[in-house]
Design a protein around this ligand. Sequence first.
Ligand code: 2HG
Ligand code: ZN
Length: 470
Amino acid sequence: VTHPFIAAVQAAAPNCRLACDATGMEPFLTDCRGIFRGDALCVASPSTTADVAAVVGAARAHGVAVVPQGGNTGLAGGATPMGRQPQVVLHLGRMRAIRRIDRVGMTLEAEAGCILQSAKEAAQEKGRLLPISFAAEGSATVGGMIATNAGGINALRYGTVRQQVLGLEAVMSDGSVLRAMSGLRKDNSGYDWKHWLIGSEGTLGIVTAAVLRLSPLPTQRHVAFVAVDSPAAALRLLERLQDSVGNALSAFELMSGTSVARVLQHQGGRLPLEQAGAWYVLLELSDQAAAQLGPQLEAELFAAMDAGDARDAAVADNLDQMRQFWALRENITEAERHVGRSFKHDVAVAVSAMPDFIERASAAVTALHADLSLNVFGHLGDGNVHFNVLAPDGLESLGERVHHVVHDVVAACEGSIAAEHGIGQYRVTELQRLKPPQEMAWMARVKRALDPENLLNPGKLLPAEQNHVA
Ligand code: 2HG
Ligand code: ZN
């Protein structure tokens, strides 16, 4: 027999595609790493905001939970169903229109299922930059990056996704549609509700479209690959560049020597330096100004080598080399798959505290088990590293203890256990353990106010059972 929810969706939104069979649902029931898996009554793929509202309305009427899903590239299980209650995966991939690009207003309006890369290409065709970049941008969607407040490699200069969102359209838990799509740069006419939804991981409302801020398209780009002895030396290089090229610095990434070696081993590529380093920095300068940044960058790199802060450095000569340099960084996640299980940590600490964090967390992991290895890389300029711990087969069960010791160091450094990937279902218990109870209580109050029946992505971000404790 057909579940009454399914019949209700069919009646209210006949154009909404529904997959209810195992094969059709399969790709939507597991995360991209295959470590989370859930069940659902069906996968609904609407093509309009009105149909999203109809699905949410039917879900509410029948007590069905709604799990929104974009490109399914998340690393925290936020888009994968969990628990036993009846639920629907709401796949937004059919809503992929780019509705408008306003050159002089510097805005781009897109639907939630629009792939980030498509939006970036559309902006570029109009001579504008959508300054959000990360390895998964070929599959990740506008809605998903907003729901997680994604960061990526350009947050250093432009900020995270939150800073790029000027307007939002969203379906709320009662099935109503909230629209604030004028894209005004200034609007203080009340609570700025879009900020409730950005980074809320689908627990407070479902983003269906957004107005994104564009930036001027840089006319010059320079990419350097630098070997350094330590994270502390990398920070000295960062400070040097802040002094000299300042705002032109659009990426400053740290990679451990072993992270890059793993990419070379499993994904191919070539190290652009004579000798392997203990650590590497991949940095990018970009600007519109006429002044040539290239010679300045080379002078700074020579000065850094003279000062002992850099061992060796290579500057990309052409676009192809830039891509090769960046591939060594962007393939790090993919290379992890060859090693076994990755216990991921998406850590933020003060930029200046990063060397200390890395040293203490590395010691804590090594003390836990000698066969664990580290994959440390990330957005040093933002004070955000991916402190991933790789476990060979047989040590999968160490996950919880590894998360504990690493996050305890994060807490000791007054950092955050979720910088840019979100809490999802992966970090719910750790968030409960480490976030001050008073803050958790206020989050639960907000959740109750906006989703009183706990039907929007339950169990993500906040534990399912605690959402509704008075
Ligand atoms: C990156 O910076 C992504 O490459 C992925 O945020 C990080 O795989 C990871 O843990
Ligand atoms: Zn990252």
